[in-house]
Design a protein around this ligand. Structure first.
Ligand code: GLU
Length: 292
């Protein structure tokens, strides 16, 4: 099957070897199936994402020998679309406003219970808020996030027994419940990663989602959102994370070398691709028109 894959980085820093491993995974899956590779910029967090990083991202990927359809979708330009999804979920009674700060949550959590992504599972404080108080806070413009009412969402017909298809492994149980009442619109950004990524994968017709194993558990939650929204379920291929010689995951915060620095030090694109573990040389992939 001709797969439509994507690389969907958040431009909060420069591209490093871990990104290269990830983008090549998506590129190869598209190439080998005679499909299409799409680049998407996940930049809803305007406090952490920088235009300069986006420009450098394009330059680094082109230097590596990759190409992609234009125009590139930038999530920050489509907030109204995410709002519409939130409105839809709210109309079905699946969202509620949460006025808690991080500190409130930590204090209310008691024995902390963590979701698969490491976040504290929300203890449900605002779910039980008196409706009059809630309305008053909203009317006063109190800052709030929007949370999914997980118990209600799991009552959606068919939601409790969902699976997703992992390439090479088969159906996996979608354990969305482990995330609890997850934030779908943040206090500071009126959307969230989980909301935008599932919306955009559906909108762009992604058939195979390739990404690091760190996001594997989140797929259960994404599957639930797809099901409720009536979006198609793509296949998934989660790849092992690139580690350094000491076995530590390569990540920007741990000082993973930027591709720009490797390039400045005289490495060729081929050498950088090899360093990222690409066994095959880059080959051509068809690039159709972009979808927005
Ligand atoms: N934007 C996400 C990140 O940079 C990746 C999204 C995905 O591949 O699902 O971590």
């Amino acid at each position: 099957m001709a797969e439509i894959t994507r690389f969907a980085p958040s431009p909060t820093g420069h591209l490093h070897l871990g990104h290269v491993a990830s983008v090549l995974h998506a590129w190869r899956a598209a190439t080998e199936s005679g499909g299409r590779f799409i680049l998407r910029v996940e930049d809803i967090d305007t406090t952490r994402c920088r235009p300069a990083f986006i420009a450098d991202l394009y330059a680094d990927l082109a230097w590596l020998g990759l190409s992609w359809p234009q125009p590139v979708r930038r999530q920050s330009e489509h907030m109204a679309q995410y709002r519409a999804v939130l409105d839809h979920l709210a109309a079905h009674g699946l969202l509620y406003p949460c006025f808690c700060t991080r500190r409130d949550i930590a204090e209310a959590a008691g024995a902390p219970h963590h979701a698969p992504d490491g976040a504290l599972v929300y203890p449900g404080t605002c779910r039980h808020m008196d409706p009059g108080l809630r309305a008053a806070k909203l009317a006063a413009g109190a800052p709030h996030a929007l949370r999914l009412d997980m118990a209600r969402a799991l009552q959606w017909p068919g939601a409790a027994t969902l699976t997703w298809h992992e390439l090479g492994e088969g159906p996996q149980p979608a354990n969305a419940a482990a995330f609890g009442d997850v934030v779908l619109a943040r206090r500071d950004v009126p959307a969230s990663y989980h909301l935008c990524v599932t919306h955009d994968d559906a909108l762009q017709g992604i058939t195979l989602v390739t990404r690091g194993a760190d996001l594997r558990a989140a797929t259960g939650l994404h599957r639930l959102l797809q099901h409720i929204m009536g979006w198609p379920a793509p296949c998934y291929s989660h790849h092992a994370l690139l580690c350094d010689a000491a076995g530590r995951r390569l990540a920007k915060r741990d000082g993973a070398p930027a591709i720009r620095a490797m390039r400045a030090a005289g490495m060729t694109p081929q050498q950088v691709r090899q360093a990222a573990g690409a066994e095959h040389p880059i080959s051509a992939v068809s690039s159709g028109t972009g979808s927005l």
